[in-house]
Design a protein around this ligand. Structure first.
Ligand code: PRP
Ligand code: URA
Length: 209
């Protein structure tokens, strides 16, 4: 059964509060997407396996720790996930990055796929799919299905804001995927927008509306 972890850290709550304000500028909004993604990633990587590594400090030899195995791969869902990936790369600069292009048809709310490019060794890596908004769950569920169809299994999902409807959909479709959420909101409106939410994440990041 998937774990659903909602962040209660004051820094995350504070920053998401600013993102929700309609007066927040495009630049400030974009910076906050990266910062909050980095903070959520800190929590989402808490259980990564470690291995011992022998090193030399300036004084002695000792055993230090390093992240075991083939390390990580961040997979942003385009467009809005891109800035989350940028923030996470500040924390994990050696992670590889795959891209999945999906947008929601505004009438049917069904995801439409237009791009998928992944690192060649993605199957060996721990995958972090990132998208600021988990609304109906259609986009994130489809993205994770695309990854699974390519033989990828170790998948986590990170978002800034989720609606309960989206969380339920993702838990049902992908019970093996842990979900890390910055803030869990009340519900969707009749156009599939999260309430209270922050509006259209892609448009606010890129200033397209
Ligand atoms: C937004 C958001 C998610 C999706 C969430 O993207 O970034 O990908 O909607 O909605 P869902 O859970 O109901 O599928 P959008 O389709 O607006 O594309 P964009 O990032 O290119 O703006
Ligand atoms: N996509 C967004 O960007 N915002 C929402 O509230 C729902 C889907």
């Amino acid at each position: 059964m998937s774990k659903v972890i909602v962040m209660n850290h004051p820094l995350i709550q504070h920053k998401i509060g600013i993102m929700r304000m309609k007066t927040t500028s495009t630049k400030e909004f974009r910076d906050l997407v990266s910062e909050v993604a980095m903070l959520i990633c800190y929590e989402a990587t808490r259980e990564l396996p470690l291995a011992d590594i022998e090193i030399e400090t300036p004084l002695v030899k000792t055993i230090a720790k390093e992240i075991a195995g083939k390390k990580l791969c961040i997979v942003p869902i385009l467009r809005a996930g891109l800035h989350m990936a940028d923030g996470i790369l500040n924390l994990i600069p050696n992670a590889k990055v795959g891209h999945i292009g999906l947008y929601r048809n505004e009438e049917t709310l069904e995801p439409v796929e237009y791009f998928c490019k992944l690192p060649i060794d993605a199957r060996d890596r721990e995958i972090f799919v990132v998208d600021p908004m988990l609304a109906t769950g259609g986009s994130s569920s489809a993205a994770i299905t695309m990854l699974k169809n390519k033989g990828i299994s170790k998948i986590h999902f990170l978002c800034l804001i989720a609606a309960p409807e989206g969380v339920e959909r993702l838990k049902k479709d992908h019970p093996d995927v842990d979900i890390f959420i910055g803030a869990l909101d009340e519900r969707l409106n009749d156009k599939g927008y999260i309430l209270p939410g922050l509006g259209d994440a892609g448009d606010r990041i890129y200033g397209t509306k």
